[in-house]
Design a binder for this molecule. Structure first.
Ligand code: GDP
Ligand code: MG
Length: 299
């Protein structure tokens, strides 16, 4: 850690309803896929960090699970991760989806604009509206104590550079908290498990993907160009297990080859990926199971 005269740094939490695009924005800012993304709500289960390196600043973003009413211990853990992300921050970004503004966005605005740090409202997914449709949304939220309201498109990288320079401005002078080559606090093993879960979320329907948890059993680099990875996909019911395996293994094959491609990009070499499916009834309500699957306090 070193302190340079004009170097600025700080922590910025990113919160909002599920599915508004928080993890997409985190990846866009970091420039690498550190968080998984899916069209299903509650994709992100833990707080995770993305480090953004600027010329004279370092901004550490904290991506969080979408704010929702917890229905099980996993949900409670997720909401604790949101609260934990808010302590010690230097700025807060609240995000909403301009194509789907709800009462709960107002509830979140009301609840969190009391914090004593600069708070920004990010209006995401503007690629899906025309400018005239965005103005009334800006009006609708102008009564809260936002330092600025910024229309962006995380997926098109639109407005992201502007957001970064506004945040850089707001950061206090401070040290470089993390080395330049560190983009996230997620260990490789966790990112690999997440990439498998991302494909499960993508291909599975209804309640099946929400009951999925991944345990990595083995990661072994066999040589310069090949790693062997074994993982278990946990689900909550026998009927879900059948769906995850699919007809003659077609679904597990699809999840596996999608995940394998992503993991190969991450590791920069070939991967043999073996997946198993196991039933672990009601794991989302078991403290011990949550721990095995990596959902423990401090994340
Ligand atoms: P999170 O739950 O808030 O982290 O949201 P995700 O980042 O997982 O994104 C949820 C869905 O919204 C995914 O299907 C993304 O591809 C999509 N999405 C995110 N940002 C944008 C955007 O700027 N425009 C559009 N059209 N879709 C987006
Ligand atoms: Mg997310």
């Amino acid at each position: 850690m070193y302190m340079q005269d004009k170097f600025k740094s700080g922590f910025v939490a990113l919160i909002g309803r599920p599915n508004v695009g928080k993890s997409t924005l985190l990846n866009a800012m970091v420039g690498e896929k550190v968080a998984i993304v899916s069209p299903k709500p509650q994709t992100t289960r833990s707080r995770l960090m993305g480090v953004v390196k600027l010329e004279n600043a370092q901004i550490v973003f904290l991506d969080t699970p979408g704010i929702h009413r917890a229905k099980n211990k996993l949900g409670e853990y997720m909401m604790q991760s949101v609260e934990a992300a808010l302590s010690g921050i230097d700025a807060l970004c609240i995000m909403l989806d301009v194509t789907d503004v709800r009462q709960q966005d107002h509830a979140i605005a009301k609840q969190y604009t009391g914090l004593s740090v600069p708070i920004y409202l990010l209006l995401n997914k503007i690629d899906r509206l025309i400018p005239q449709e965005i103005l009334p949304i800006i009006d609708e939220f102008s009564g809260y104590n936002f330092k600025a309201i910024l229309p962006i498109s995380a997926i098109k990288n639109d407005g992201v550079a502007e957001l970064l320079s506004i945040l850089e401005e707001a950061m206090p002078q401070g040290p470089k908290y993390f080395p330049d080559d560190m983009m996230t606090d997620q260990p490789e093993r966790v990112i690999i498990a997440e990439l498998i879960r991302e494909k499960a979320l993508l291909y599975l329907q209804e309640e099946v993907p929400h009951g999925v948890g991944i345990e990595i059993l083995k990661i072994e680099q066999l040589n310069d160009s090949l790693s062997e990875i074994q993982a278990t996909i946990y689900c909550e019911k026998d009927s879900h297990k059948r769906i995850i395996i699919g007809k003659q293994g077609s679904m597990i094959k699809k999840i596996g080859s999608g995940a394998r491609r992503e993991i190969e990009t991450l590791l920069g070499h070939q991967v043999h990926l073996d997946l198993w499916v196991k039933v672990r009834p009601n794991w989302r309500n078991s403290q011990a199971d949550l721990r095995t699957l990596g959902y423990t306090e401090g994340n």
